[in-house]
Design a protein around this ligand. Sequence first.
Ligand code: SF4
Length: 308
Amino acid sequence: MNYLVSISGGKDSTATLLHALDTVPFDSIKGVFADTGNEHESTYQYVDYLEQQTGVKIHHVKADFSDRWQHRIEYVRDKWAGKGVPAEIIESVLIVLEMGATGNPFLDLCILKGRFPSRMAQFCTQELKVIPCTEYLLELVDEFGIVESWQGVRAEESPNRAKLPERENKGGGYLIYRPIHKWNVEQVFAIHKKHGVEPNPLYKLGMNRVGCMPCINCAKGELLEISKRFPEHVERIYEWEKMVSAAARQQNATFFAVDGGDNDTAFQRGNIRQKVEWSKTLHGGKKMDLFSVFEESAACSSAYGLCE
Ligand code: SF4
């Protein structure tokens, strides 16, 4: 049997990899990391660090949407006029599409769809992570016969994750195992400590989760933290918003959708710079939260007590 651990660069997938080292033969373990193109540079470095620390080869996969490009151009060119889209918008969208795919999976997917993903239409996970990782797993099934996909999902993270079974048999030699499903966060950090492996440094910089930088689901406080610590990522997304808007029928694509944002009813559609301004406000979105704005980002502000 071979084991393929999905690595995100976060604490749970790292714990899963370390648990594999404790429980199955070393030579049967492989890792896979899906590069969305919207990762923080620390995450790339961390995945390399994990490979060095554990000796497990972590294969990088990256979605490629260039084969969908021509179809999108033809669809916009041949069908949009019949749907009442003004000629100047069709022209603007075709200019962007005819420049070709950028090679960045996250950006290309959004250009093709003419929008960013949202909590209600979270196509990013499937297209950028699930499909590329599954394709790689199926290649391994072809080579080795049976492969078990190890996923670092924990029940206490959300009601939906709690419902997931610990084991699944997808057929054809494709098995799924979620070995840390019942673990709590203390167990997750304990196995890091046991193996002398540091968690991703982003946890010490105020990030609750390690995923995209930023994730479309990031909370208000996390967005404020990102804007203070990594303003270059806010500006990158601002540029992406311009490119995706130019490729969109409505010509107005924002990274954060109306359905996002911490249950704060004042969270309306706006570009990422406007969202950063909103992130500085108290609940309700109007009054400025002066304490958060002027507070220096502490050197270490982990939500998991990693600073202690
Ligand atoms: S981390 Fe967030 S933005 Fe990135 S793929 Fe997952 S849901 Fe989408």
